[in-house]
Design a protein around this ligand. Structure first.
Ligand code: NDP
Ligand code: 8X3
Length: 250
């Protein structure tokens, strides 16, 4: 039987690459995001018969519930949920950061992921099948200046993934946290609020991960035999490393 993957944040970056990768492997797709035109373009390109698109904001709990309740026959049984929609906003130090930015990150990276998971997990447990793939980050394990709430939101994703795994123990449901490092997508453009030159500078003079690298990691985790649960995958470009402890001297 054909399998179906639901990907949040499929309009760009990792989510879009994941949609393309799984489509190539013959999967059916439920693709979500806020930008309708991009979802329409993807559905045209990947094949309308295999793709269902739903436009909603993951921060809107009601919209999440309606979107899942409204999945048409043929797309309603979700085998894999990729909780990918997310963002960083700014790199200001905690004492200078914009509280609205913090709320947006919490609402998207944490609450949006919770709404999606809580809506889809019960049917997976009932069917004794399914896979939740969360997109965390190296920033959830390794702090750097200005990462504050973004890193904390991804630390939440990491521990929540472990907690989910513990809760579904005894069922065939699998849980994976993918923790990428620096990857070139629209991430920095969003982080720097549309400032293209700041965003481009992040990737200058080095080779970051590509969105496809993350899609491949996700596919690998999903494609393991049913008895194998990949708990986490942390991947970085070769040019990145965890920094030393910071020291301040007078
Ligand atoms: P992009 O900005 O390229 O893509 C982000 C996606 O998330 C878009 O499709 C966007 O769709 C969607 N999204 C954002 N906010 C919402 C929302 N409120 N409701 C619905 N969809 C939303 O970034 P990436 O592909 O890089 O990021 C994907 C995930 O990977 C994020 O969780 C990010 O934190 C994480 N990550 C990124 C890394 C990187 O270096 N790029 C490294 C580690 C983790 P739309 O705007 O159409 O709604
Ligand atoms: C973002 C990864 O390395 O840019 O999630 O902080 S990094």
């Amino acid at each position: 039987m054909e399998k179906t993957i639901l990907i949040t944040g499929a309009t760009a970056g990792f989510g879009r690459a994941c949609a393309e990768f799984f489509a190539d492997k013959g999967w059916k797709l439920v693709l979500t995001g806020r930008r309708t035109e991009r979802l329409e373009e993807l559905a045209d390109r990947l094949g309308r018969e295999r793709t269902h698109i739903v436009c909603f904001d993951v921060r809107d709990r009601r919209a999440v519930e309606q979107a899942i309740d409204g999945l048409p026959d043929g797309f309603a049984r979700i085998d894999v949920l990729v909780n990918n929609a997310g963002l960083a906003l700014g790199m200001s130090k905690a004492h200078e950061a914009d509280l609205d930015d913090w709320e947006t990150m919490v609402d998207t990276n944490i609450k949006g992921l919770l709404y999606m998971t809580r809506k889809l997990l019960p049917s997976m447990v009932l069917r004794n099948a399914g896979h939740i793939v969360n997109v965390g980050s190296v920033a959830g394990d390794h702090a750097y200046p200005g990462v504050n709430i973004y890193g904390a939101s991804k630390a939440f994703v990491s521990l929540f993934s472990d907690g989910l795994k513990a809760d579904v123990l005894g069922t065939a449901v699998r849980v994976t946290n993918i923790e990428p490092g620096l990857a070139e997508t629209e991430f920095s453009k969003v982080r720097f609020k549309g400032d293209e030159s700041k965003a481009d500078a992040v990737y200058q003079g080095l080779q970051p991960l590509a969105a496809r690298d993350i899609a491949e990691a996700i596919y690998w985790a999903v494609d393991r035999p049913a008895h194998v649960n990949i708990n986490r995958i942390e991947l970085m470009p070769i040019c990145q490393s965890c920094g030393p402890f910071l020291l301040h001297r007078d």
